[in-house]
Design a protein around this ligand. Structure first.
Ligand code: SAM
Ligand code: SF4
Ligand code: FES
Length: 346
């Protein structure tokens, strides 16, 4: 096992069997996390990039079985924040020092392409980077957003196990999701994807394949989070993912994709009150603090127990900055372009 970790730390290559054996063997967890931490330091340094997350709408036309924003959830009070208010939230985020915003929402037609373009253009006047996370769109739409100034896009593949994908998303098409990711690459976005850990009947083989897929796609960012059952979804009685396994998937991802950006995810902190800091010490180099203002945070209820729902963007900014400094890391003052992306487009 130690040999496998050494090999991955040196060559950044493992096959499916090898990844699986690292994921199933709990005796080597600390060595794995320490190796991922060393690779992180060597390839992306000690800076932590902060991205202000703005959850601008919780309306969604999709039916993902695990997600509280799914169309069938009638218990959720839906909102679409107006363009001017989104811009105000972004301005506030910039005033707290953020250099990147992530605009995230359900997948919906609540905003026209023109409206999204207008929001992007307006935000770009503030000289910050924009990440979009608004689901599957056409090539043309992705192209228009890019032209308007969007820099990055987050679209998790969720799982590469096609049968499991179909069970989790009966109305969606795995091939289309893949296509979206390749379209985003073609359009020169910094491309982020990732997976859920602990979906019902998800095997360690399939998680190993997810990691191999991240490498094959040549992604610039990977977000990994444990699945947390939501009582208002069909998966309400499932067990959910574990913090430790999600952390291991993340650490192996760092070993195999050494120069990408990896966030310490909110879902990890939801399962472990020190989860993001542990993740930052196990391979992660990005945090996405919530910068959604007011009543909306509570209503963006993907899963229960989400952290910071009663806090303000200002509080989250101060909180996360001090936690990061306390572990001896620095807060990046740049836009935090992924080193992998820089190397990829050279
Ligand atoms: N609608 C866009 C999409 O699906 O790409 C972006 C928003 S969606 C809420 C962001 C991510 O939330 C998804 O990619 C999914 O992995 C995650 N998510 C949804 N339900 C979850 C749950 N119950 N537990 C953990 N993560 C969840
Ligand atoms: Fe909608 Fe995204 Fe949730 Fe799926 S994961 S239901 S697309 S918000
Ligand atoms: Fe929100 Fe700590 S990050 S209160």
């Amino acid at each position: 096992m130690q040999k496998l970790i050494q090999k991955a730390e040196k060559n950044h290559i493992l096959n499916q069997e090898e990844i699986k054996s690292l994921l199933e063997n709990s005796s080597i967890d600390d060595e794995l996390f320490n190796a991922a931490d060393r690779v992180r330091e060597k390839y992306v340094g000690n800076e932590v990039h902060l991205r202000a997350l703005i959850e601008f709408s919780n309306t969604c036309k999709q039916h993902c079985k695990y997600c509280g924003l799914r169309l069938e959830n009638k218990k959720l009070d839906r909102y679409n924040i107006d363009e001017e208010i989104i811009f105000k939230f972004v301005e506030k985020a910039v005033s707290y020092g953020y250099k990147t915003v992530v605009l995230q929402s359900g997948e919906s037609n609540s905003y026209s392409t023109e409206q999204i373009i207008n929001i992007i253009r307006k935000i770009k006047s503030l000289n910050i980077s924009i990440t979009l996370s608004i689901g599957e769109k056409t090539f043309k739409e992705y192209e228009e957003y890019k032209k308007a100034g969007a820099d990055r896009y987050l679209l998790r593949i969720e799982t590469t196990d096609k049968d499991l994908y179909k069970k989790m998303h009966p109305e969606m098409d795995f091939e289309n999701r893949l296509n979206c990711l390749y379209n985003l690459k073609k359009l020169n976005y910094e491309v982020g994807t990732g997976c859920l850990v602990g979906l019902p009947n998800q095997s360690l083989e399939s998680l190993s394949n997810d990691i191999l897929f991240f490498k094959e796609l040549d992604a610039d960012m990977i977000g990994i989070g444990p699945f947390i059952p939501n009582p208002n979804t069909p998966l309400k009685n499932e067990t959910g993912g574990s913090f430790n396994l999600a952390l291991k998937v993340m650490a192996v991802t760092r070993l195999l994709l050494p120069d990408i950006n990896i966030p310490a995810t909110t879902a990890m902190e939801t399962l472990n009150s020190n989860g993001r800091i542990i993740a930052l010490k196990s391979g992660a180099n990005v945090v996405m603090p919530n910068a959604t203002e007011g009543i909306y945070r509570k209503k963006y209820e993907i899963y229960p127990g989400k952290i910071c729902v009663n806090d303000t963007p200002e509080k989250c900014s101060i909180c996360i900055n001090s936690k990061i400094i306390q572990i001896g890391r620095t807060i990046s003052q740049s836009h935090g372009i992924s080193n992998h992306f820089i190397n990829r487009i050279k």
